[in-house]
Every structure is written in C-alpha cells, then in structure tokens.
Design a protein around this ligand. Structure first.
Ligand code: TRP
Ligand code: ZN
Length: 467
C-alpha cells in the first residue's frame, strides 16, 4: 500500500488530509507543521499527541485539601520527531497560567482536553526541547465510558487520590497521555503538615517548612502516564524495607492499618514469587498504597506500587496488581486494544498463585470459565478485539485473556511456557508491545503451530467449540 501518494492526491481536496500527513509523518518537508492532536488509537483517538517523544516529566504540585485547590507546574523534556510549528499536550480542566518552550513564552490554546502550544521558534526534527506549563484550579474527576471514575478522586475522609487508567492523568498534569509514549518522572508535592503524599518510584526527600511538607518522588524507569499516581491522605508510610535488596515503600491509610496488615505482609513473598515465575522485577522499588475505603471503585496497577482501596484489599488482588508490574507497567500495551496483554496475564497470575499455594489449579479456573453458557459476557467479544472504549475492562479482556495464556501453556508445556513468559518480559522490558508482537514472539520461540489457538481463543467470536 502506498500511503504517500494516496495522501498527496487527497491533500488539496480535503482539509483532513493535512492532519493525515501530520499523523503519518511521512514527508520530510522543510516547514514545520503542527503535531497531531491524537495518536489514532482505535479506542481512544484523542489520547496522545504526535510530533514528539516525551522523555522526562518534572511535576511540581501544591495541594490544599481544605480548598480542594491544586497549583502545578510541569517541565517536560521531549524530542521532536518531525519539524514542529506547534504541538499538543492532553490536559483536561483547571487553568493554564503560563507556558514556555525553550525558555520563551509560547502561545497556549485550549480546545476540550487538547492544549496546543505554539513556540516562538519552530522546533526542528530530532531537536530536544523543554516545555514548561503552569496551571492551577480544582482538578476534575473524569467519568469513563463504562461509568467508572478516575482522574482526581476525593476520598470521603479527606485528601485526594489521582488515578489515570485510561485517561485520568490529564486531569492533574498535562502530558502525552498515551501508553505508547513512556517517560521518566520526578514529582514533588507539597501538602499541609500531617498529610502524607505518596507516588511512584522512590521517595527522594521529605522537607517540612512553615507547616507544609514536600514529598519528592523519583521514577527512573520509563512509565506510561496512566500509571502515574499521587495519594494524599493520612497514610502511614512505613520505613523502607527490602525484598532481596529491592526497596519497599508501603503506605497504608491509617484507618485501615489493622485490617490490612496481614495482606500487606504478604507483599515480599508475592514479589519473590513473581520474580521466580515472570523474570527479574522490572523496577527499582516496589510496595503498595492501601487507599481509604471507597476511595476508588477498583484497584490500579500504578507503577512501582499499586493502589488498592482498603475495601478491595485481599491476596488475590495484590497478586493481580503486582503481576501488572511485569505485564502492563514494564511491558506496556502499544494501543489500548492490546490491554488483554495486561489483564489476561494479571488474571492468569491469580490462577497460578492459587495453583502454587494449595488452591485450585489454573486448569480448574479455566474449566470454570469454560463452563459458562454461550451467552455469558465472557464470550461477548474476542480478547484482542474490544469493540468499544466502554468495554475494555469487561470479562473477555480479563478471563478469556487468561484462557489464551493457559492454552499457550498447554500447547507448549510448562518448561517452555515459563521460558516464553520470561523471554517476553525480557524482550519488551520497559517498552511497548502489541498483540501482533506477542503472537510473533510466541511463534518464533516455540516449535508449535499455534494458528488454530490464535484464531479460536484470541481472535475468534463466541465461545470456542471445545476447551
Ligand atoms: N487495570 C485495573 C486492574 O485490573 C482495572 C481498571 C481500573 C481499569 N480502571 C480501569 C481497566 C480503566 C481499564 C480501564 O487492576
Ligand atoms: Zn488488572
């Protein structure tokens, strides 16, 4: 297929062609053009932006829980992937108070959740440039197409909880908000003394001055924006311990300390088990944030340390969210439709944990799902083809995704299976991978012809004829 000529031919006729050209990045024009306002993700076309590659976010926040007021400044270091006259960040709500690119004032314009910055001087392809955006206001809570809430959440007892899957991070900092563009982070958040602010990575410093405390967190491994978090509340931030040399930062909502102690105590064992099964732990620290009861409708695999609302904390959920550190956080989906690579593996990790700890076998879990009638939700669509954004957290992605993994294990045998899993987390460590990458990888590394398995379990409509 020759995209170029098709686009060129349409260029004069259709205004949309200019956008296509920008998205494709396939011509080496001398004149900079605006970067695209979205990465053409099939399920979330507006998320992410074209024309640059984010490398590092420096985020400085000041939050006043009493007024529910946030002041922020983001310093983004990025590299232009084409000549740019302007580019976008995803940012929903609040007020942008100033913006600079390369130290010079940039023109800032907002339309919905697209923030367009037009620098004084054009940016050349390959150039590294620094953008700074200052903002303030009351951050939004976003409602997903499936009705769940994300973005900036307010637990009933006070404080705040920022969660970002799939889109919510844009409610508290401007970014290239798509999993395909991972970056490192430094995040400093100032809160009234007595509050604790927990985030990803490692705690670099805690400084209290004039009744305000600044917590500074450093994330040195690439992170997708949907995995960024900040939890502000009455947390017990435990002194750092280690699992085989790996620092553990654990924060537990004080009100939930007693009831969560036992499950939180299992974390070292779960991380050690994960390493044995999935390969080296991908990040320089781990832990968990046990958020206030009812603060979110779900747990989330935020990088380094998942957020689990106290009322959702149990061993299975902790296993699931920690498994995501390998599947999702380190090996990150290229597009949102590849999310079964996250949820299928994290669900399969639950089955494996059970099997390895005297519970039901993975096969028994598989059989239980397979026994569901033809019209059960689990057979609604193939795991690799979620039909809409509203349905990306539905059962086919989780349970049928896990069934795909189990069928691979059965096809190749246990030894080859664990080699494959560990090979996968190694090959795409700290990178992005698509379903096609996965299929190709498994085909290359195994001697089996798995065409039927993919056609039936990964891409097939309806309940497969035989288990
Ligand atoms: N990823 C979370 C988990 O399984 C669940 C989740 C929360 C989610 N919010 C979401 C999935 C939004 C998809 C979209 O641990
Ligand atoms: Zn999950």
């Amino acid at each position: 297929m020759d995209h170029r000529s098709a686009i060129r031919r349409r260029r004069l006729a259709l205004p949309a062609a200019a956008v296509l050209l920008a998205l494709g990045g396939c011509t080496g024009g001398v004149e900079g053009k605006p970067g695209a306002a979205g990465l053409r993700d099939g399920l979330f076309p507006r998320l992410g932006n074209g024309g640059y590659d984010a490398e590092h976010y420096g985020i400085v926040l000041d939050y006043d829980p009493a007024r529910d007021h946030l002041t922020g400044r983001v310093t983004l270091d990025a590299r232009a992937t084409r000549d740019l006259s302007a580019f976008n960040l995803d940012f929903a709500g609040m007020e942008v108070t100033s913006a600079t690119v390369g130290g010079e004032r940039a023109d800032a314009n907002r339309a919905g959740s697209e923030l367009t910055l037009r620098p004084a001087d054009e940016i050349g392809k390959g150039e590294r440039f620094r953008t700074s955006v200052a903002y303030s206001g009351t951050p939004r809570t976003l409602t997903d197409q499936d009705g769940s809430h994300e973005g900036w959440l307010r637990p009933a007892g006070g404080g705040a909880l920022a969660l970002g899957e799939p889109a919510g991070s844009m409610s508290w900092f401007p970014s290239n908000n798509h999993p395909a563009d991972k970056a490192t982070y430094d995040l400093a958040v100032t809160v009234p003394e007595g509050f604790t602010a927990v985030s990803n990575g490692e705690l670099a410093s805690t400084v209290t001055r004039n009744g305000r405390t600044t917590f500074t967190w450093h994330t040195g491994e690439p992170m997708a924006s949907y995995l960024a978090t900040v939890a502000i509340g009455r947390y017990d931030l435990k002194p750092v311990t280690t699992v085989a040399g790996l620092p553990v930062h654990t924060a537990v909502d004080r009100a939930a300390a007693k009831e969560s102690a036992e499950v939180v105590g299992q974390l070292p064992e779960i991380v050690a088990w994960g390493k044995e099964n999935f390969g080296p732990y991908p990040f320089s620290s781990t832990g968990v944030i046990v958020a206030p009861e009812g603060s979110a409708e779900y747990a989330l695999e935020t990088q380094n340390r998942p957020v689990i609302p106290a009322d959702q904390l149990d061993t299975t959920t902790l296993v699931h969210e920690l498994a995501h550190q390998w599947f999702g956080d380190s090996v990150t989906p290229r597009r949102w439709k590849d999310m079964w690579l996250n949820e299928g593996f994290a669900t399969y990790a639950e089955w494996l944990w059970s099997e390895d700890h005297g519970g039901r076998s993975a096969q028994a879990h598989f059989d239980e799902v397979y026994a569901k009638p033809d019209d059960d939700e689990v057979w609604d669509f193939p795991p690799a083809e979620p039909p809409s954004a509203a349905r990306i957290s539905n059962k086919p992605v989780y349970e049928r995704g896990a069934m795909v993994v189990h069928r691979i294990r059965r096809a190749v045998g246990d030894d080859a299976f664990y080699d494959l899993v560990q090979g996968w987390t190694k090959r795409y460590r700290h990178a992005n991978a698509s379903t096609e990458d996965f299929v190709r990888f498994v085909e290359e590394r195994s001697d089996e012809d798995l065409t039927d398995l993919w056609d039936t379990w990964l891409y097939g409509e309806g309940k497969p004829k035989s288990p």
